[in-house]
Ligand binder design. Structure first.
Ligand code: MRU
Length: 350
């Protein structure tokens, strides 16, 4: 498979480069991003999206902040970088990876004792490069662990896009599919279209078709019917944040978990350790609410009366008791039996 690179640092220009995911599948365009303000805009508009990719974007965001501090002395540069990085970390609230990625680079910079702003800038690029390459390796490790769960011939239902485009490459939920296919298994994917921004129809379908992995798009509301018909062997989704009591992922995930339980179908969550948040419980997580116009129009036509309110939650919360197992780079953790092992492996204290 010719690998997708979602975002990377372009050394000659000193810019971040990324695939603009708002344009897919119609147009494949690489955009440059030269400053943190542009990065925040790309994140808010979902040109860069998906939890692990947001972690990498956060890491490079610190490098973009540091770029403007090159002429300063060490202490002033560091305090300005810390202040500027906070704006990147808060561009979207739900995926914990974004602030995690920012924190990974800041913690490296805090260890740079001497030098000046220019040295901090170089250190930030090198730390962010490490976050990006580690993310790709993590997805491959996670994919290998998850692939063992799938039978030789199967149909997997997924929601949103937890693929190469949502990470540095390979993917989490789709990384499991890619690893299984690489191991010789015959896997076909049912991609829920994922209202309202259609990450499943536009992005999951695009990247799987590009890799010649069989994929069929369904309306989100068709998932239960396909389960009832016996057409789904497993559900695999990604995650934006996993707390000790719930998985936060794209709106609609919770319904798939309820439906999977009703039909006796395994419901797997594939996510790296960086997506776990052992500090918060589900009730304290901020679930992003997005603009009404993402819901109220189709092809330039209004589809909801102007006087009627809309709720546009970007994510929902699935209780862990509906999750069969969580697939990480450290192994597969069946729930509830492996909960303590999972906590220890993913950075929580037991
Ligand atoms: O709003 P998005 O497109 O950023 O939402 C993305 C998701 O919900 C993904 O499923 C999640 O980030 C996991 S990506 C490996």
């Amino acid at each position: 498979m010719d690998e997708i690179r979602t975002l990377w640092w372009d050394r000659p220009s000193g810019d971040l480069r990324y695939i603009d995911q708002t344009l897919l599948p119609g147009e494949y365009r690489i955009r440059p991003c030269a400053d943190p303000e542009n990065l925040v805009l790309a994140i808010k508009t979902l040109a860069i999206r998906g939890a692990p990719a947001l972690g990498v974007a956060g890491a490079y965001g610190v490098a973009l902040v540091a770029k403007a501090c090159r002429a300063l002395g060490h202490d002033e540069a560091l305090s300005r970088i810390i202040a500027g990085a906070a704006g990147v970390a808060s561009a979207r609230p739900t995926a914990v990876n974004l602030s995690w990625g920012v924190g990974q680079v800041l913690s490296q910079l805090e260890m740079v004792a001497g030098g000046d702003g220019a040295d901090l800038y170089l250190a930030a690029i090198s730390a962010a490069d490490k976050v990006a390459s580690a993310d790709l390796q993590t997805c491959k490790d996670l994919g290998g662990c998850g692939a063992t769960l799938l039978p030789g011939h199967c149909t997997v239902l997924t929601h949103c896009n937890a693929g190469a485009l949502a990470c540095s490459g390979w993917g989490t939920a789709l990384g499991v599919v890619r690893s299984a296919v690489t191991a010789g298994k015959q896997v076909q994917v049912i991609a829920c279209e994922t209202r309202p921004l259609l990450q499943g129809a536009r992005l999951t379908a695009w990247e799987l078709a590009r890799d010649h992995i069989p994929v069929t798009v369904i309306p989100d509301s068709a998932a239960a019917y396909l389960m009832a018909r016996g057409e789904i062997d497993a559900v695999i989704v990604g995650a934006d944040r996993i707390t000790s009591d719930a998985v936060f992922n794209k709106i609609g995930t919770y319904s798939h978990a309820v439906n999977a339980r009703h039909h006796g179908i395994p419901f797997y969550v594939a996510a790296p350790a960086s997506t776990f948040d052992w500090q918060l419980s589900a009730c304290s997580v901020v679930v992003e609410e997005r603009r009404r116009d993402e819901v109220t129009g189709f092809f330039g036509r209004e589809t909801v009366p102007a006087s009627v309110p809309v709720r546009n939650y970007a994510f929902d919360q699935t209780p862990l008791d509906l999750v069969t197992a969580i697939i990480t780079e450290h192994g597969v953790f069946s729930l509830p039996g492996d909960a303590e092992k999972m906590r220890a492996a993913t950075g929580g204290r037991s």
